[in-house]
Structures are given as structure tokens and as C-alpha cells.
Design a binder for this molecule. Structure first.
Ligand code: TYM
Length: 324
């Protein structure tokens, strides 16, 4: 029976926050454990080069993401787990896509505009062509679904445009990819709930945070409603729906409706549930980070498996476009 192909990555920019977990990693684990799926999950280390980086930090951050994937329950025997740079076909296909993607499509991307504002002194070409590399990551494996959070949907749309352009010019090759979830998630910042939680903010709730840190950060979370839909309480309830028990969810949702909700109680409950949920994760991550050789051998195995598919696709593409 033909399996459903699932693929996604996370940038190698260090430890993951609760948004990365709920928007992406949790689904990687679930999809990878389902025998109906053939999964490819990678760490996007080439994409990490588009924003300022230091070599030692990059090395560390990359392994940290790998360890967090596995500690969260991703089984590298079931899913191909690899580094983007180890399957060099991604970069080759990205170059080909660069040559069929109109500049205008790249210039209008929200992430490009945001990052060029954030890093005014480092608006490099990689930042602009980030989406064509991502289109290559995706289309290489012809996936049935791409598990991502809401902020990556525009990039998947760009990959659809690239697929369509390629297919129109060179014949049907790539199915148009789509996000795995119909409504991808967006977890908001704890300090400013009008913004999404991000790795660069100082308020991110890391999934490796100690129970004390989780409690401290949640205590400071903004709960005021400013009327613009940027509602901190809604964000906390969204987290509770993922980590709390049914009676807890019911209790606080009723409390909100009846205006009897106590924010401090909601924050304490949430802090305890999140800390408990990730207790095993924290332990496993510590063990994995202390055995770098094991991580390296897992990555070598994953790259070998991904390469088989990647080489097939790249050969098909090269033939179709006339490269000898
Ligand atoms: P990155 O590293 O920014 O984020 C990794 C994943 O986490 C999701 N995410 C969130 N989900 C919900 N709420 C949030 N606040 C939140 N913040 C981040 C992201 O949507 C993403 O799913 N370009 C990608 C990496 C990538 C990729 C790919 C993904 C490279 N090639 C191919 C899928 C397929 C990125 O920057 O993710």
C-alpha cells in the first residue's frame, strides 16, 4: 500500500518554544508514529545561515534541535531524521527553482519584509531566496502534507506556485503541496499577545524550561484584553486546551464566560500541567545532548534514507529541464 508522505523542518536556531512544539514538532511525532506514513523530518541548517550566526553556536543549536526532536518522541527508526545540508540535492534543486521563480514573488513575502527590517545591516540574497530553498525541501519528497504552524503557510503557497510553474513548463512533476492541518496553529507571545511567540523574543516559553521558569514566565503573562482580538487570556486558554485535562478546560472556560475566572489560578494550573508534560522530555534531552556520537549516527542514517528519494527527484528534474 502506498504510504502518505509527510515532510517538514525547523530552523537550526536553537531550543524550541511551545509554539514550535504545538505548531510543528508534536505533529511530527504523531505522524511519524503512524505506520501509514512515510516521514521526512529535518533540521533546516542552511536556512539558519540567512540570519546572523556564529559557527560554534550554529553547531550547538543544530544538535540541540535534533535532541529535542528525539526527546519529544520522534523515533528516528520510523522517520528519516536528517540535516538539510547533508542532502545536498536540496540546495541544487533550490538553484533550479531560483531560475524559474519571478523576483516579485519573493519580494512580496512577509517573512522577507520582516527579516529585512529586523536585520537592516544583513539583507543577504539568501534571505530573499529562502522560500525557493524551502520549496525545494518540500517538493523534493512530493509530500501529501506539510505539518507547519500558521506563519509558514505563505511559504507553502510559494511552493505551490513553483510547482505549478515547473509543471506548466516541463510537464507534470510535482503535486501541489498543502499544510497538513486545515487550520495551522498560531501561539501568541506571553508578553505581547498581538504578536506570535518567536525564538527571538525574550518571553518565549521554551519546552526545555524548568518548572520554576515556566511558572515565572506564566505569572508575568499579559491577561488584559485590548479589544483588538489580541487576547492574552485566549492564548492561555488555547495552551490549556492542549495541556490541561477536560475538567480543567471546562472549569476555566466557564469561569471566563461567567466572569469569575481567576487569572492567577489559570496560570498556576497551566504552569503545573506544562511542567509535568515536559518532565520526561527534559530528562531525555539531557541524556541525548551528552551522547553526540549517537546523534551523529542517527543523522547519517537519516540522510542516507532521504538521499534515495532526493536523488530520484533531482534526476527526474534534470532530465526534464535538459541538463545533461
Ligand atoms: P521555524 O524554525 O521558524 O519554525 C518551526 C515551526 O514552528 C512553527 N511555529 C509556530 N507555530 C505556532 N505558533 C507559533 N508562535 C510558532 N512559531 C513557529 C512554524 O510555523 C514552523 O512550522 N521555514 C521553516 C523551516 C523550514 C520548513 C521547510 C518547514 C524549512 N524548510 C520545509 C516545512 C517544510 C521555519 O522557519 O520554521
Amino acid at each position: 500500500m502506498k504510504k502518505n508522505v509527510m515532510l517538514a523542518g525547523i530552523r537550526a536556531t536553537g531550543k524550541l518554544h511551545i509554539g514550535n512544539y504545538l505548531g510543528a514538532l508534536k505533529q511530527f511525532v504523531e505522524l511519524g508514529n503512524d505506520p501509514k506514513n512515510e516521514c521526512y523530518f529535518f533540521v533546516a541548517d542552511l536556512h539558519a545561515l540567512t540570519t546572523p550566526f556564529e559557527p560554534d553556536q550554529l553547531r550547538h543549536d543544530t544538535l540541540e534541535v535534533v535532541a529535542e526532536y528525539i526527546a519529544a518522541g520522534l523515533d528516528p527508526k520510523k522517520s528519516a531524521l536528517f540535516l538539510q545540508n547533508h542532502v545536498s540535492e536540496h540546495a541544487e534543486l533550490a538553484w533550479i527553482f531560483n531560475c524559474i521563480t519571478p523576483l516579485g514573488e519573493l519580494e512580496r513575502m512577509t517573512q522577507y519584509k520582516d527579516k529585512s527590517k529586523q536585520h537592516k545591516d544583513n539583507i543577504n540574497a539568501g534571505l530573499l531566496t529562502y522560500p525557493t530553498l524551502m520549496a525545494a525541501d518540500i517538493l523534493m519528497y512530493k509530500p501529501n502534507g506539510v505539518p507547519v504552524g500558521d506563519d509558514q503557510v505563505q511559504h507553502i503557497e510559494l511552493a505551490r506556485i513553483v510547482a505549478r510553474k515547473f509543471n506548466n513548463k516541463f510537464g507534470q512533476t510535482f503535486p501541489e503541496p498543502k499544510p497538513y492541518e486545515r487550520k495551522p496553529l498560531r501561539i501568541m507571545s506571553l508578553k505581547d499577545p498581538s504578536k506570535k511567540m518567536s525564538k527571538t523574543g525574550d518571553d518565549a516559553l521554551w519546552i526545555s524550561d524548568s518548572p520554576e521558569e515556566i511558572s515565572r514566565k506564566l505569572k508575568k503573562a499579559v491577561t488584559a484584553t485590548d479589544g483588538s482580538g489580541s487576547d492574552g487570556v485566549e492564548n492561555l486558554l488555547l495552551l490549556l486546551r492542549h495541556f490541561g485535562t477536560k475538567p480543567q478546560i471546562q472549569y476555566f472556560e466557564d469561569g471566563l464566560k461567567q466572569d469569575t475566572i481567576k487569572y492567577s489560578e489559570l496560570k498556576e494550573t497551566l504552569a503545573k500541567e506544562i511542567a509535568d508534560y515536559f518532565a520526561d522530555f527534559r530528562e531525555r534531552k539531557r541524556e541525548l545532548m551528552s551522547d553526540k556520537n549517537k546523534l551523529a549516527s542517527i543523522l547519517a542514517d537519516g540522510a542516507g534514507r532521504a538521499k534515495q528519494t532526493a536523488q530520484e527527484t533531482l534526476l527526474e528534474v534534470k532530465k526534464k529541464i535538459g541538463l545533461l
